[in-house]
Ligand binder design. Sequence first.
Ligand code: ARG
Length: 278
Amino acid sequence: MNKGLLKKLGLIVAIGAMAISIVGCAGNKTTEGKGNSKEATNSLEAIKQKGKLVVGTSADYPPYEFHKEVDGKDKIVGFDISIAEQVAKDLGVELQVNDMDFDGLLVALQAGKVDMVFAGMTPTDERKENADFSNIYYTAQHGFVVRKGEEDKIKSLDDLKGKKIGVQKGSIQEGLVDKNLPDAEKKALAKVTDLVLDLKNNKVDAILVELPVAQFNCEKNEGIALTSLVLEDEEGGSAIAMKKGSAELQTEINKTIKKLQDEKKIDEFVIEANKLMD
Ligand code: ARG
């Protein structure tokens, strides 16, 4: 066979494959997409058929999500979980919550191990390339926590020069430290609970987390305190992540969020979650 004919044949095969994949998409909306291609799959129908919403979270972020013993059993609670419960209820399915490291959540989502991520996650442009996000349901500033007795010494970013700052791996706080504290030493750990321990054990000098998390931890843990230094959230707040191409699901979730916001329920969930501190 000559080269020209080979090329033509190749082209015909390629066009044929494309046609099949287009027909495949249009004709079969309810099934999962083919392989790990990023084309739109109807995640909403998939969840409904399964009868279960599998949510990924990083339960180290009170009052958003955290572990709590309820009736002798370990449970994941928090205002994100209350919202997830309402989403599951509105979809008419059961809720399952899987705890994992924050920096593995979007990978788990893309791999189809979870249907959604509820983790106080900020919808950054970079993350939006790999996931769809709901509307923002909560906003917060970022706060620095230090060892008790040092809180009054930290009034400006300059006061943190040369200090060791703890942040969660894969979080936007990592970027905030890089940007605002180029002279500080950054230490990134998978779990915020370990950051708090590091702070208490003098392994870091300050930790940076969302302000409600900073406040919760300071009230719960002796020996650590909140500084008056806060960083504004320039990226908009918390949203629910779902697989790229989840337009139908996104619409449904945004309905639930709107309803909860109109009824001031999210504020209630936040208050309830803060009360769960013992
Ligand atoms: N909002 C920050 C981010 O999106 C941190 C969220 C951390 N969440 C958690 N559950 N640990 O990067």
